[in-house]
Design a binder for this molecule. Structure first.
Ligand SMILES: *[C@@H]1O[C@H](CO)[C@@H](O)[C@H](O)[C@H]1NC(C)=O
Ligand SMILES: *[C@@H]1O[C@H](CO)[C@@H](O)[C@H](O)[C@H]1NC(C)=O
Ligand SMILES: *[C@@H]1O[C@H](CO)[C@@H](O)[C@H](O)[C@H]1NC(C)=O
Length: 170
């Protein structure tokens, strides 16, 4: 038991220093890279099922952004919030086949990209929580959801916390 615990601690320390660099922390099945201003997602081990990548600097997000996520199909919660995402491709989250919660809070994504992204994920995913708070008036307007009436509304849920301007809260 003690040996197992020790092994687990050493294993985690090795993983933190070798795989994620000093910017990310792994605890259990959760990987967190918070307020590190990273411009790309580092190697995320295959056993991780929650990826919190918040307060970084992604700019443009495509499928390729997640190339270092070893097993995207295992991840049920993905939080690329406050990552300065401006452009995002409609199939960006295609490899996240088990996704249940997606948190895009505090990204000023261009409205056209978000419109097609939402359309796409409403058809291809079955999210229970989609967070789109503090995205700015240019991102969230009547145009943003204009394609969604073509899909079953029940596949998309929006959570509005109405909280003040806290950059990120989990
Ligand atoms: C984050 O990186 C950008 C450029 O990549 C830089 O302009 C900015 O100052 C950085 N922010 C912090 C808090 O380090
Ligand atoms: C977003 O896309 C536009 C058009 O392709 C490009 O000019 C701009 O630099 C991109 N912005 C970021 C932050 O990647
Ligand atoms: C979603 O994106 C994928 C990959 O680009 C595409 O094959 C699919 O047709 C798109 N679905 C919708 C509803 O836009």
């Amino acid at each position: 038991m003690v040996n197992n615990t020790l092994f687990w601690i050493i294993f985690n320390v090795l993983v933190i220093s070798n795989v994620c660099g000093t910017s990310c922390h792994l605890h259990g099945y959760v990987a967190e890279c918070v307020n590190t201003n990273l411009t790309e997602i580092p190697e995320i081990p295959g056993y991780i099922n929650v990826l919190i990548f918040v307060g970084n600097n992604l700019g443009t997000v495509t499928i390729d952004t997640f190339r270092n996520v070893e097993n995207a199909g295992r991840i049920w919660k993905l939080s690329p919030a406050a990552d300065r995402i401006v452009n995002i491709s409609e199939n960006a989250f295609q490899t996240f086949t088990s996704l249940d919660e997606l948190d895009l809070n505090s990204n000023k994504i261009n409205v056209n990209d978000l419109k097609y992204l939402l359309w796409n994920i409403s058809v291809t995913h079955h999210l229970n929580v989609l967070q789109l708070n503090r995205m700015g008036i240019k991102t969230i307007n009547e145009e943003t959801f204009s394609l969604l009436d073509k899909t079953p509304a029940s596949s998309l849920y929006l959570m509005h916390t109405g909280s003040p301007q806290i950059p990120y809260l989990d």
